[in-house]
Ligand binder design. Structure first.
Ligand SMILES: [Zn+2]
Length: 399
């Protein structure tokens, strides 16, 4: 971003020749990374902090000081402050915060300035993670409760420009796919502290990612964050208590389907559309969008109910890909499929296709979608219209 400056000028710590200082609009970076890598990191940090400032509606008020360690051997003894050393040696990072006070006329202490200094290893998005803490601390004076503070820092770490899909470390992905989910209560109420374990960070990330990207919860998430950063006496349950069953359902669904590229915004559950029981000759019609997850079919079923359906239209599973009808292709991709939802429980998906009859194996509300890999919905296009009608019960045979 800028040419490296000689380090002797600003820092009091003696540094070896391979450690240089780089500056950009919001950062001052001291590092032993190559100039190319340092500039690339600054560019990413700038983009991320711009997004974070826009999200919070708060421009960054002062330069964020970052020291990023690529190779420990390049840093002479004493160049890394003792408070930061354990984090650096364990391959992590830490944001050291200094608060300056001023006495007012009444002799009361008032915060005048909060300054954060970040120490981080160069790998795995650690500098980005710590930069979010530094931003929150410098601009709000606090970073919020652990689940929020660390969850948001993990969002920053994984943030990619123009990419709304899940993109996390493979090790974290495998852990989330194979482990019994931590409960929402455990994540938001536990006494767990910053720096506890990467596993706990993973659950915090899941919750913050879901709440910030799913349109059912995102509108309340930003005001909650601002309240927490503003030190207001509020918490997760105050804001989301009335939606706890819905959040819990979508949290578990997210974890069931999670993989790289998964889009919470496209798979948000439809809690609003009211289903109805089809009777007599009444029909209902629904438009199914190819790039979405399960969508309400507006049909309520009792066990044994039979409905006939006809699906028209076509969709495509990749940009400029072949058009596929609701019967699907040879691999059954693009086929219209259904699922029953009842009292926050989902049952086994089943096949529908272009037309036919479906008999409900249990009570439930019908949801439908275009069969495709859960993590590759975004590039789908097209819609299919499905018309449902009740099938008349067979008249009892008379002798
Ligand atoms: Zn952190």
């Amino acid at each position: 971003m800028r040419k490296p400056k000689s380090t002797g000028k600003a820092e009091t710590q003696p540094v070896s020749a391979s450690i240089e200082v780089y500056e950009s609009k919001n950062f001052r970076l001291q590092t032993d990374l190559s100039a190319a890598a340092a500039n690339e990191l600054l560019e990413r940090l700038e983009k991320m902090i711009e997004l974070v400032s826009r999200y919070y509606g708060q421009p960054n008020s002062q330069t964020i000081e970052m020291s990023v360690v690529d190779s420990r051997e390049n840093w002479p003894v004493g160049s890394i402050p003792p408070e930061a050393l354990p984090s650096i040696e364990s391959g992590a990072g830490i944001t050291l915060n200094a608060t300056a006070f001023l006495q007012n006329a009444l002799g009361e202490k008032q915060i005048t300035r909060v300054k954060s200094v970040v120490w981080a290893v160069a790998e795995r998005g650690v500098p980005q993670h710590e930069a979010v803490h530094a931003f929150c601390h410098q601009n709000f004076g606090r970073t919020g409760p652990t689940w929020y503070s660390e969850g948001m820092a993990e969002l920053g770490k994984y943030w990619r420009d123009q990419n709304k899909g899940v993109q996390i470390d493979d090790e974290v992905m495998r852990y989330l796919q194979r482990t019994e989910p931590q409960s929402l209560d455990d994540i938001t109420h536990s006494k767990h502290k910053t720096g506890d374990s990467w596993q706990n960070y993973a659950w915090r990330w899941v919750l913050c990612h879901l709440l910030s990207t799913n349109p059912n919860y995102a509108p309340r998430f930003k005001p909650l964050g601002l309240a927490l950063l503003g030190g207001q006496p509020t918490q997760f349950d105050d804001v989301y208590g009335s939606m706890s069953k819905e959040i819990s359902f979508e949290y578990l669904l997210f974890l069931k389907q999670i993989d790289q590229g998964y889009r919470c915004d496209l798979c948000a559950w439809d809690w609003k559309t009211k289903p109805m029981r089809l009777k007599g000759t009444s029909t209902t019609q629904v438009k199914v969008i190819a790039n979405r997850g399960w969508q309400a079919a507006k049909v309520q079923l009792k066990q044994g109910d039979r409905v006939s359906f006809v699906a028209t239209g076509d969709w495509s599973l990749q940009p400029n890909g072949p058009k596929i009808g609701p019967e699907g292709d040879e691999q059954q991709q693009g086929r219209l499929v259904g699922i029953l939802f009842d009292d926050y429980e989902l049952f086994e998906p089943f096949d529908l296709g272009k037309n036919g009859e479906y008999e409900a194996v249990r009570d439930g509300v019908l949801f439908v979608r275009c069969q495709d890999d859960w993590c590759q919905l975004a590039d789908n296009s097209g819609t299919v219209t499905v018309k449902f009608q009740a099938v008349k019960p067979q008249p009892a045979k008379s002798k």
